[in-house]
Design a protein around this ligand. Structure first.
Ligand code: PMP
Length: 286
């Protein structure tokens, strides 16, 4: 069951007009929200980021946070599985094709949910391969825009060589992955690039830094050079659906000793514990 513009229906019945500006221009924003035990995880953070994305492209938020929460709860209840991930998508609506914003047009709102399958233990035990590429995206990567053509092409470069992610480099510094944030470990310290308009402010990125701070793990937030990602003890990838994953090889060369390291193991455990605490309701789910 999905939600489209005020109605709940089976996905097969959902239709949007071809003149939707999402279809014509990629003119919209989206969110992906993990759901554990039928509860959206860090919902307030996701809704804040949604608001920032909407502000970034000048669409008025069609719902209050309470309305979003009740729409999401309905979708979660109508779909199978305790663990799901919600995809929420807003476009500027349907109008005659013209770059200029249309007047008096309502945004299109689409919400669906799919089963959430977090990375299997076997993959976490070995780690995954990544490659690097020049970050050729626009300068507002902080907006979670639905126009993802560069990300699609960059991610496919990894898939074509049997890797899972492409780590992006802009002017000598690492920004993020094609669909993830990237952390580096050097001298036993976790290093994260600072949030700016060149990367998506990941919710999982925030959680990892919060866990590091709360557990006495040394960390720095600063620019990460290409040299540093090529000469690191560990490389970690984070996203709402992949949680935390270790990268074992970069451009075919072993990262550290080529196996998941102690920083990954520690953060992975802390993340699972945190997740369970939040889902039991012992900690505020932001
Ligand atoms: N960067 C990009 C480009 C992404 O698409 C994503 C989400 N898939 C992330 C970072 C990670 O963000 P989050 O932790 O909020 O899922």
């Amino acid at each position: 069951m999905i939600y489209l513009n005020g109605e709940f229906m089976p996905i097969e019945e959902a239709r949007i007009p071809v003149l939707d500006r999402g279809f014509i221009f990629g003119d919209g924003v989206y969110e992906v929200i993990p759901v554990y035990s039928r509860r959206p995880f860090r919902l307030a953070d996701h809704l804040n980021r949604l608001q920032d994305s909407l502000d970034g492209i000048r669409i008025t938020n069609p719902h209050t946070n309470d309305e979003w929460a009740s729409l999401l709860n309905q979708i979660i209840a109508d779909n199978e599985g305790d663990d799901q991930y919600i995809y929420l998508h807003i476009t500027r609506g349907v109008a005659k094709r013209d770059h200029a914003f249309p007047k008096g047009v309502l945004p299109t709102v689409f919400i669906m949910s799919n089963p959430l399958t977090t990375p299997p233990k076997e993959l976490l035990a070995t780690g995954v391969d990544a490659i690097t590429a020049v970050d050729n995206r626009w300068l507002r990567c902080d907006i979670k825009a639905i126009s993802l053509l560069p990300n699609v092409l960059l991610r496919q470069m990894a898939i074509d060589v049997g890797a899972v992610e492409t780590i992006l480099i802009r002017e000598g510094f690492m920004t993020e992955g094609a669909a993830s944030n990237i952390f580096v470990v050097r001298s036993n310290s976790l290093i994260a690039p600072p949030k700016n308009h060149l990367m998506l402010p990941g919710i999982t990125y925030d959680i990892v830094l919060e866990l590091a701070a709360a557990n006495g793990i040394p960390y720095e937030v600063r620019k990460v050079s290409e040299y540093e990602i090529r000469n690191s003890q560990e490389l970690l990838l984070t996203s709402s659906t992949k949680e935390i994953m270790p990268i074992k090889r970069l451009d075919g060369k072993a990262v550290g000793d080529g196996a998941p390291g102690s920083m990954f193991k520690r953060l992975y455990q802390l993340y699972q514990t945190y997740k369970n605490t939040v889902m039991r309701g012992d900690t505020n789910n932001n």
